[in-house]
Design a protein around this ligand. Structure first.
Ligand code: ADP
Ligand code: MG
Length: 480
C-alpha cells in the first residue's frame, strides 16, 4: 500500500533568512505566551523553554475533524456508562487483574469503595481526551485518556501561535481554516461546575501533581483559568506522597481536608503510572484510597480511570460488547466506525491466534501493556520477539494487540529548543477533549471541549511532546 501524502497548508520552501526570521519570531511568541515546558536536560524551577512545535499548522481533512468532534459526547457517555457498570468492569478486567499488579491495585480500591457503599448521588467529573490518527483518509481511535489528559492549556495557545505565523507569512486570509480551540476554558469550566455541585464556598480544588512538574505551563494555565472564571476558587497543589504522609485526612462526614482546606474537587495530573506509587510503605496508595472514599468530586473517579484502560478498549471492539453498553444500534455503529482492529492476548485459543498472526507480520501491529503516559508500547520486529517469549506465559494477557494505523505524511519544519529547525516528513495525532459530569443515576453535563494536534517525525513510534519526540501543532482544515 503506497503512503498517502498531504500537501502542506502553504509553501514551506523558505530561503534561509526568511526561515530564520520567522522561526525566531515564532519561538519568541511561544516563549512570551507560555507555549513552554520545563527542561529535562537543564532543569531549573526558575526557567522554562518553549515546547517543540511545528512551524505551520498541518493539513487535516475537515470532514474527519468534524466527525471526531461530533462523536465526543457519545465517547463521554460510553465511558460514563462503563464506569457505572460494575459487572462489565469486573468481567473485562478479571484476567488482567491476575497478571497486572498495577491495574489490580486500582481495581482493589474501586471494589473496596463499592463495597463500602457509594451513594447513588455521588458525582464524578471526567475530563477526557480521545486520540485519533488518520488511517488513509478516515479517523481511527488510538486510545481514550480518562486521567491526566494534558495539553488543553498549551494547545489553545498553539492555535493562536499558528494564526500569528500564518499572518506573518502573508497568509492571513486563511485563518478561518484554523478552527477555534476552547479546550482550556471547557476543562476548567467542567471543574468549576463540579465545584459548584459540591456547594461549599470555602472549599478548594486540589491538583494532584508529580514530584517534578515538567509540563508546568499547561497545569498553571488550568489554575489561572479557574481563578479567571471564578475569582472565589482557590487551587492547591500536592503530590501523592505528601498526601499519603499525613498531608490529608478524612473527617467523620468524609470531607477531604488538606492543610485545613476542605477539598471540593480533585484533579489528577498524576497517579496513572506505577512509578508514581513508589514509596515502600505504600503511602501513595493510601492517599488514593482516601481520596476515593472522600466525598470530594474526583476528576476522574477510579471507575473512570479503569474505564480508560487499554483492556477495556480492546474488549469493546469485540463483537457484541458495545451492545452491552448501548441499546441504540445507531450509537453502536457510530462508535464502532472509528475503531481499528484490536485483539485479546489472553492465554486461550483466540489469544494464541492473535499472537501467531502478529509473529508472522509484526510490522502490522502495536503491542500495548496496561500503561499510560507514553513510551510503554512495543513496535515492529520487537512485537514478534516479545510475543514469542510470552508463548504459554499467562503474563501475555497483560497486553493487548492493535493494528498499526498509518496516517498520511506531510512535510513541515519542526522547531525544538537548542537545535536548528528541521524540515521533516511528519504524521499527526488528533485529540478531542470531552467533559462529563454525572452520578450513577444521571448525566448532569456532557460536552465536547476543544482539540489538540500532536505531530511527530514519521520514523518515531510515539509522538509524546512531554516525552520529547513530538511537537505541538494545530489542524488546518481542508476538503480532500
Ligand atoms: P499511551 O497511553 O502511552 O499514550 P497510546 O495508546 O496513546 O498509549 O500510544 C502511545 C503512542 O503510540 C500514540 O500516541 C501513537 O503515537 C502511537 N500509537 C499507539 N497506537 C498506535 C497504532 N495503533 N498505530 C500507530 N501508532 C500508534
Ligand atoms: Mg496516548
Amino acid at each position: 500500500m503506497s503512503t498517502i501524502r498531504l500537501e502542506p497548508c502553504v509553501s514551506i520552501d523558505f530561503d534561509s533568512s526568511t526561515l530564520d526570521e520567522i522561526v525566531t519570531k515564532a519561538k519568541d511568541w511561544a516563549l512570551m505566551h507560555g507555549v513552554c515546558m520545563r527542561s529535562r536536560q537543564n532543569f531549573s524551577p526558575d526557567s522554562i523553554n518553549f515546547a517543540p512545535f511545528v512551524l505551520v499548522p498541518s493539513a487535516f481533512p475537515k470532514k474527519e475533524f468534524e466527525k471526531a468532534i461530533e462523536l465526543q459526547t457519545l465517547v463521554n457517555e460510553m465511558i460514563h456508562r462503563i464506569a457505572n457498570n460494575y459487572e462489565f468492569l469486573k468481567s473485562t478486567l478479571a484476567i488482567t487483574n491476575t497478571v497486572d499488579p498495577f491495574t489490580a491495585q486500582l481495581f482493589k480500591i474501586y471494589t473496596t469503595v463499592q463495597e463500602e457503599g457509594v451513594s447513588q448521588e455521588e458525582c464524578c467529573c471526567g475530563l477526557f481526551r480521545c486520540d485519533y490518527m488518520l488511517d488513509r483518509d478516515a479517523v481511527r481511535q488510538v486510545e481514550i485518556n480518562t486521567i491526566a489528559s494534558s495539553f488543553a492549556g498549551i494547545c489553545t495557545r498553539v492555535t493562536r501561535l499558528h494564526r500569528f505565523v500564518m499572518q506573518e507569512l502573508s497568509h492571513g486570509d486563511k485563518l478561518q481554516q484554523i478552527p477555534e480551540n476552547n479546550a482550556l476554558e471547557a476543562l476548567c469550566g467542567g471543574m468549576l461546575k463540579a465545584w459548584e455541585i459540591y456547594n461549599q464556598p470555602q472549599a478548594v480544588i486540589l491538583f494532584i501533581i508529580e514530584e517534578i512538574t515538567y509540563n508546568i505551563c499547561d497545569q498553571r494555565f488550568h489554575e489561572f483559568e479557574i481563578r479567571k472564571q471564578n475569582p472565589n476558587v482557590r487551587v492547591i497543589r500536592r503530590n501523592l506522597t505528601q498526601l499519603g504522609r499525613g498531608g490529608a485526612s478524612l473527617d467523620a462526614e468524609k470531607k477531604l481536608i488538606v492543610d485545613g482546606h476542605e477539598v471540593a474537587v480533585i484533579y489528577f495530573r498524576c497517579g496513572y503510572a506505577p512509578d508514581q506509587y513508589m514509596s515502600a510503605d505504600g503511602c501513595e496508595w493510601d492517599a488514593r484510597l482516601m481520596m476515593e472514599r472522600s466525598k470530594a468530586i474526583k476528576c476522574p473517579s477510579i471507575s473512570y480511570h479503569l474505564a480508560g484502560t487499554k483492556k477495556v478498549q480492546q474488549v469493546l471492539a469485540d463483537p457484541g460488547n458495545l451492545e452491552r453498553i448501548f441499546d441504540d444500534p445507531d450509537k453502536v455503529a457510530r462508535l464502532r466506525d472509528v475503531f481499528t482492529g484490536l485483539y485479546s492476548l489472553d492465554l486461550d485459543e483466540e489469544g494464541d491466534r492473535a499472537a501467531e498472526m502478529a509473529i508472522q507480520n509484526p510490522d502490522k501491529y502495536v503491542l500495548k501493556p496496561q500503561r499510560e503516559g507514553g513510551g510503554n508500547n512495543v513496535y515492529g520486529e520487537e512485537v514478534g520477539e516479545v510475543l514469542k517469549q510470552l508463548k504459554g506465559n499467562p503474563e501475555r494477557a497483560s497486553y493487548i494487540l492493535m493494528d498499526v494505523i498509518k496516517p498520511p505524511l506531510l512535510q513541515n519544519w519542526m522547531v525544538r529548543p537548542s537545535t536548528q529547525p528541521m524540515r521533516v516528513d511528519t504524521l499527526s495525532e488528533l485529540g478531542i477533549f470531552g467533559v462529563i459530569i454525572g452520578t450513577a443515576k444521571e448525566i448532569l453535563h456532557n460536552s465536547v471541549g476543544g482539540h489538540m494536534l500532536r505531530t511527530k517525525i514519521h520514523t518515531a513510534n510515539e509522538g509524546g511532546v512531554a516525552a520529547g519526540l513530538g511537537a505541538l501543532d494545530s489542524p488546518f482544515l481542508v476538503d480532500l
